[in-house]
Design a protein around this ligand. Structure first.
Ligand code: FAD
Length: 394
C-alpha cells in the first residue's frame, strides 16, 4: 500500500499552489471559497471567466491523455491539484460535468470526430454540459427512462422530460439517455445522445431548492433535434455508455474534495470557538469525531490510489460515496448544533442564509445524488460482499 506522495508529486504540489496564488487574485479574488455546495448560484459569469483562466494555465483535463488534449497526469497528481485548489479557496467549478463526466466518456468511447468536435470546447472552458439522466419516474431506477428519440431525415427527434438537471440553464450541451427502440424495456433499446441546448424544442424550468436557490432544473424536450451522428456508441448501446460515465462520477472526480471539507470543518470549529460551544463536551466529542472521520476519508482515498494508475477503480471506491456523503451531511447537522438557537435566525435584510445554514440544507442532497445511500448499500452488498441481487421488476 502506498500512503503519501512522492518527492516529484510534492514538487508538483508547489507548482499548483504557486499558480493559484498568482492567478486566483485580482478580478478573481471575490470568487475565493464561493460557488460551492449551497452557494452554486453565485458569480456564474465570473466563474465561467475563471474556467477560461484555468484553461489558459492548462489546468482543465489534467488527467486526460495527451493525445486528447490533456496532460496525462497521474491520479496522485490529479488529487494534489484538487487538494491545492480547495486549499486556495478555488471556486466551485462550472465545467465539472464536461471535464469530469462527458469528457472522459468521449475519450473512452467517443469517435475521433466527436473527440475533435467536443473536447476542445471543454478544455478551453467555452462549452458547458449538463446531465440528462433522471426523469420524474426514473431516478434510482434509471433504466425506466421514457424520453423517446427517433431518427428522421438524418436527425434524432427527441420528446420527453428530464428532471434535477444541474446547471442546464448554464449549459450549451446536454447528454441525454433516451429510448430509441419503441416498446423496449429496461436497459435495452436506450441510446446516449449529445444534444445542443440552444434550440426551440428545449425548455428549461428552474426548480427552487431548500436553500432558496436553483442549481437544477426540469428540462422539457418537444421535438428537440440533434444530428444523427451525435450519439456515443451505436443506437441501443446507451446503457453501457451511461454506466461508463457513472464510473467517472463515482470515481476520480470525487477525489480531493476532502480539502474543501476541511475548510468547512474549520469554519464550524471557528464558530464553536466564537460562541463558546467548544466548551460543551458533546460538541467537542462530535468535532473530534468529524476530524477523525475526515482522516479516515483521506486514508480511504490514498488506498484507492495505491493500486494501478490506469484510472480503474478499486473496491474501496464502492464505500467512498456512502462514506463522504454521510460525513458531509453530519457536518451540516453539527454546524447547526454548534450555532444553537442562532441557527434558526437570518441576519437581517436581505435575509440570506449564512454559509453554515446553506451547508446544512444543501448537504441533505449529498446522500441522494450520484446514487442514494440505499442504492450505495445495494452496490456494496451485491458487488463487494457478493450477496444475492435484490429482486428486480424487469
Ligand atoms: C442536488 C442534486 C443534483 C442532481 N443533479 C442531477 C443531474 O444533473 N442530472 C440528473 O440526471 N440527475 C440529477 N440528480 C438526480 C439524482 O440522480 C436522483 O435524485 C437520484 O438518482 C435518486 O432518484 P430519485 O430522486 O428519483 O429518487 P427515487 O429513485 O425515487 O428514490 C426515492 C427513495 O427510494 C429509495 N430507493 C429507490 N430504489 C431503491 C432500492 N432498489 N432499494 C432501496 N431503496 C431504494 C432511494 O434511496 C430514495 O431514498 C440530482 C439530484 C440532486 C439531489
Amino acid at each position: 500500500m502506498k500512503i503519501g506522495f512522492s518527492a516529484e508529486d510534492e514538487a508538483f504540489r508547489r507548482q499548483v499552489a504557486d499558480w493559484l496564488q498568482t492567478h486566483l487574485c485580482g478580478e478573481f479574488e471575490p470568487l475565493r471559497f464561493r460557488g460551492g455546495p449551497g452557494d452554486e448560484h453565485m458569480f456564474p459569469e465570473e466563474r465561467k471567466a475563471w474556467e477560461r483562466e484555468l484553461a489558459k494555465g492548462g489546468w482543465i483535463g489534467i488527467g486526460w491523455p495527451s493525445e486528447c488534449g490533456g496532460r496525462g497526469l497521474s491520479i496522485s497528481q490529479q488529487v494534489i491539484f484538487h487538494e491545492e485548489y480547495a486549499r486556495a479557496g478555488g471556486p466551485g467549478r462550472m465545467g465539472h460535468i464536461g471535464e469530469g463526466l462527458i469528457g472522459p466518456t468521449l475519450v473512452a468511447l467517443g469517435s475521433e470526430e466527436q473527440r475533435q468536435r467536443f473536447l476542445p470546447g471543454i478544455l478551453e472552458g467555452r462549452e458547458f454540459w449538463c446531465q440528462g439522466y433522471s426523469e420524474p419516474s426514473a431516478g434510482s431506477d434509471l433504466a425506466g427512462v421514457k424520453t423517446r428519440a427517433q431518427l428522421e431525415n438524418g436527425e434524432w427527434i427527441i420528446n420527453g422530460q428530464k428532471v434535477w438537471t444541474s446547471l442546464a440553464h448554464e449549459s450549451q450541451w446536454c447528454f441525454v439517455l433516451a429510448r430509441t427502440e419503441q416498446g423496449s424495456l429496461g436497459h435495452k433499446g436506450l441510446t446516449f445522445l449529445l444534444v445542443p441546448m440552444d434550440q426551440p424544442g428545449i425548455a428549461v424550468q428552474p426548480i427552487q431548492q431548500l436553500t432558496g436557490t436553483s442549481e437544477f432544473n426540469e428540462v422539457f424536450f418537444s421535438d428537440a433535434r440533434t444530428a444523427a451522428d451525435n450519439i456515443i456508441g451505436a443506437p441501443g448501446d446507451g446503457w453501457k455508455v451511461a454506466m461508463t460515465l457513472l464510473g467517472f462520477e463515482r470515481g476520480v472526480s470525487t477525489l480531493g474534495q476532502q480539502m474543501q471539507f476541511r475548510n468547512e470543518l474549520e469554519e464550524v470549529i471557528r464558530a464553536a470557538q466564537d460562541n463558546g460551544a467548544d466548551r460543551d463536551p458533546l460538541i467537542r466529542q462530535r468535532l473530534a469525531q468529524a476530524w477523525v472521520g475526515l482522516k479516515v476519508l483521506r486514508y480511504n482515498s490514498l488506498r484507492m490510489l495505491s493500486g494501478t494508475q490506469d484510472g480503474s477503480l478499486r473496491g474501496e471506491a464502492m464505500i467512498y460515496k456512502l462514506a463522504w456523503s454521510n460525513w458531509h451531511r453530519d457536518l451540516g447537522k453539527l454546524a447547526m448544533d454548534v450555532l444553537g438557537p442562532q441557527a434558526e435566525l437570518l441576519e437581517g435584510a436581505p435575509y440570506e442564509l449564512s454559509r453554515l445554514q446553506s451547508l446544512f440544507l444543501f448537504t441533505r442532497s449529498d446522500t441522494i445524488y450520484g446514487g442514494s445511500n440505499e442504492i450505495q448499500r445495494n452496490i456494496i452488498a451485491e458487488r463487494a460482499l457478493g450477496m444475492p441481487r435484490e429482486p428486480r421488476a424487469r
